[in-house]
Design a protein around this ligand. Structure first.
Ligand SMILES: [Zn+2]
Length: 78
């Protein structure tokens, strides 16, 4: 239960941050630049927390709208 609340709080924070930065961003996860696995694009928009049984972080490709999904928050690199 505590984890769910924490995940929700993180989701709200991500949502607020995405509104503060409406332009597409680039991300890194695990020390590697995030590249869309469908089209190879490197700019994404936050979609906040995804999932009900497993909370994670989703970013949506700004070109093809494919969703990349991470258990840990990817680092925004501009
Ligand atoms: Zn794409």
């Amino acid at each position: 239960m505590g984890n769910t609340i924490k995940a929700l709080r993180r989701g709200i924070k991500a949502g607020v941050e995405s509104m503060a930065h409406p332009t597409h961003s680039r991300f890194e996860a695990g020390g590697k630049r995030v590249v869309c696995s469908h089209c190879g694009n490197t700019t994404f928009d936050w979609v906040g927390v995804l999932g009900i049984s497993h909370a994670g972080y989703g970013i949506q490709c700004s070109n093809c709208t494919h969703l990349e999904y991470f258990g840990n928050r990817p680092r925004e690199v501009g």
